[in-house]
Design a protein around this ligand. Sequence first.
Ligand code: GLN
Length: 566
Amino acid sequence: METRTTTAPQSQAASRPGALPGAARQPRFIFITGGVVSSLGKGLSAAALAACLQGRGFSVRMRKLDPYLNVDPGTMSPVQHGEVYVTDDGAETDLDLGHYERFTGVPCRRGDNVTSGRIYQTVIARERRGDYLGATVQVIPHVTDAIKEFVLADTSGTDFILCEIGGTVGDIEGLPFLEAIRQLGNELGRERSLFIHLTLVPYIASAGEQKTKPTQHSVKELLSVGIQPDILLCRCDRPIPPGARRKIGLFCNLREERVIPAPDVGTIYEVPIEYHLQGLDIEVCKHFGLEAREPDLTRWHDIVERIRKPEGEVSIAIVGKYTSLVDSYKSLAEALTHGGIANRVRVNMQWIDSEIFETPDAIYQLEGVHGILVPGGFGERGTEGKIEAARFAREHSVPYFGICFGMQMAVIEAARHMARLPGAGSSEFGPCKDPVVGLLTEWQRGNLVERRSMGGDLGGSMRLGAYDCYLAEGSLIREIYGTDRISERHRHRYEVNIDYKDRLEQVGLRFAGMSPDGVLPETIELPGHPWYLGVQFHPELKSKPFEPHPLFKSFIRAAIVQSRLV
Ligand code: GLN
């Protein structure tokens, strides 16, 4: 079964030992499916495997196929589906793409996430145009062809494409995707494709043993759609005894080494190290007949060491609205952790629902924290509490970090209490006397003008993706970035209203970052305050554990200083 030609590292070997030969470099595809239950961490597993392959000198790209019918997750509630991750090219994508970027450092693109909704939209548009020349349009081949096109598009020059299928085997919506990757497995051949299936081996306390049956059933389900997994990755909370591993192999038609335990670990950044120890990347290389060097996982060892042995700790209050689901602020939580890694401290995150600050005196709960962060958000509910939190931070000299909505709230607070405009608000919540934050229907993107209408669609219509910003001389933000021009990702419909700039600057707020055309305020700060910053963009999306974002690094450093004062 395993007859492989050995590809010795060559061509670009000097810079990337282990890379596949240059000219003939055809990407290999690794398909990752999941079974038994959802939330086993398929995205993380895929990202960790990609990190191991990178450690061996291979180049990787990651993409995700999501079976739900939304065209993209942009209109989904973060408390239902987790955060919406935005790419540089302005796509609103699944949060797993955040894991991909954080583990590989490879920026994802619009084409790296597709949903059933988008596939059907494409197929139906083709049918309306008459592209199918009178054929009856069917799931097989038309929908599956559209899926295959997506998987294969824009992949040349990369050693490995890791492609995760959302959901769990057996889901009705997932069937066309499984069918498409089954066909691809056939077309690409075993030397260019590999199927990994992630399952669960639960420990049943009453029986006092781990159970293999759910994994067997899940593989059966996968076999019923024609896919024989090449590797099983078995999530477990304790080591799987050799007997159980052998049994899974026997029932699932795999050699024992291909049944790989994926035990729980202390931090997600330990996963690449653990998977390598368990032999995952070794088996992947064997499958493709690749002789690659041992992976260099130094960066992951260093990160885990810093997380395990912090030299101090700080408490950060995150005052938001979607606090009931941890995944709704996924990138933010990770970026704060990265800020801690950079400063060798543990960051204790206190997730606070801003509505509680609408009760008199509740704001004093913030007294002991070392930093206050108001993250992105939508809609009026809870805003007065966020404004109170910004005010508390300003008046009590507590480091304040306002991200997107958090910056808008800080501007409203400054307008009301510093510039004495009690009617200041955002037009997002309806008409107000002083709309210091207002709807934007036209803006500049490079040399292009983007336009939106008041009553237009909600999906995909915000100011999305990377935009440049100039940072003023002598500002805190310029000092933090160490440069005068930055590019960060956006996702918002409203903007701080430039008409109020002079008035707010007169009372001490500084508009230090502006769009290149000087029309859109991108960052605000408060000279004289130890650390008070608002940014219209989402810096958390670009932070990596091995490259913590400068703003989070600096915010946590300010929190450390604050912790010595309180
Ligand atoms: N609701 C605000 C807007 O649309 C802020 C969005 C956000 O925080 N991402 O402008």
